[in-house]
Write a protein that binds this ligand. Structure first.
Ligand SMILES: [Zn+2]
Ligand SMILES: [Zn+2]
Length: 367
């Protein structure tokens, strides 16, 4: 409750949802840890602020009490230590614990919330599923139309093939871990406002394996996995929109103790194209014609996402009329067919007339 979520996002208390979302996206982009000059702590803070301010219930609680009363066990909180202490905010306390395998998991957030898309994997400790990894990519309009295969570099923990995850250098002698007597777990106690809580935690010395080796794996330093840059090939479906995410199961961080890996979440950003405005699966453009074309009709070239297309302007076209070129819009995601290209026609009235033009129009006046 010490943090000012409004200040973190740089918005005022009466900002609209859209303004909050916009500010969040800007900040999240700025501090994204995968970027040069990114800042993971700030990034998390920004996400925490957004998680509260984007949820009307949490926001009104926060406005009223300066904190939220979020129970454990939101949609994003499988795995982990998820203790069910509904009705309290343990976030400060959680930060203070720092203990391995001990975590009050408040990673709630509404389904479909950007926060849960990024961090929804939940339990990254205590044998839980691996963490989600979030990566942003940029594509251009032609890739929206045709779809694309993009290679992205993902920095994540991977299984150590040198020791096959055991943590021991191949051929090294195995010993039972002295710290945990081979169980892989130790009891940790901590003082909380509810009294002393004892909790089984993963043994730090053997990383929960119950065994140590007289020589640790030289590649992973005995951990069984290590972090590295992995190139993943991402199939971007045609029709994807700016800000949409693709989840790839099992391509995130490795899970502890044989648990499944987390997901890789790819957030797609579409580089704006000044020629086209997207409206759902349709494209909207504006075309200027002169009044002779409007009155007499014409055939003009329209630039669509698929190249030039001839469009008929019927005689008697009024300014502001919208013509539809069928199936020249955006392909539909996971569907058959595509949107249309809508052309708004603006009839320009000339501001300067030659002597001859003026004469002809004068004649029109007297008809
Ligand atoms: Zn290894
Ligand atoms: Zn141990």
């Amino acid at each position: 409750m010490s943090k000012d979520f409004y200040e973190i996002l740089g918005v005022s208390k009466d900002s609209s949802n859209a303004e909050i979302k916009k500010a969040y996206r800007k900040m999240a982009h700025k501090y994204h840890p995968d970027k040069d000059g990114g800042d993971e702590a700030k990034f998390k803070e920004v996400n925490e602020a957004y998680q509260t301010l984007s949820d009307s219930t949490k926001k009104s609680q926060y406005d009223q009490f300066g904190q939220t009363f979020d129970g454990a066990g939101g949609p994003g909180s499988q795995g982990g230590g998820g203790a069910g202490f509904g009705g309290f905010d343990f976030s400060d306390f959680q930060q203070g614990s720092g203990g391995q395998g001990f975590e009050f998991n408040f990673g709630g957030g509404g389904a479909g919330d950007i926060f849960s898309e990024m961090f929804g994997g939940g339990g990254e400790r205590g044998g839980g599923r691996g963490r989600e990894v979030q990566v942003d990519i940029e594509i251009d309009y032609s890739q929206v139309i045709k779809g694309a295969i993009k290679e992205v570099s993902v920095y994540k923990s991977v299984h150590c093939s040198h020791c096959d995850g055991s943590g021991g250098e191949p051929g090294a002698k195995e010993n039972t871990c002295k710290t945990c007597s081979g169980s892989g777990q130790v009891q940790k106690t901590m003082q909380t406002i509810l009294g002393t809580i004892a909790q089984a935690a993963v043994c730090d010395d053997c990383m929960g394996k119950g065994k140590t080796f007289d020589k640790k794996c030289t590649k992973c330093k005995g951990v069984g996995h290590y972090r590295e840059e992995v190139i993943e090939s991402i199939d971007i479906p045609a029709g994807i929109n700016d800000g949409q995410s693709i989840a790839i199961t099992g391509k995130g961080e490795i899970g502890e103790g044989g648990a499944p890996a987390g997901d890789l979440i790819i957030t797609v950003h579409v580089v704006p194209d000044s020629r086209f405005v997207r409206d759902g699966y349709d494209i909207r453009t504006i075309e200027h014609i002169n009044f002779a074309q409007a009155a007499l009709g014409d055939k003009i070239d329209i630039e669509t996402v698929e190249g030039l297309v001839k469009m008929k302007i019927p005689a008697g076209t009024q300014s502001g009329e919208i013509y539809r070129i069928r199936s020249k819009g955006i392909p539909k995601l996971r569907g058959i067919g595509r949107g249309d290209h809508l052309v708004e026609v603006i009839v320009d009235v000339p501001t300067k007339l030659s002597r001859k033009e003026k004469k002809i129009i004068e004649e029109l006046r007297h008809l």
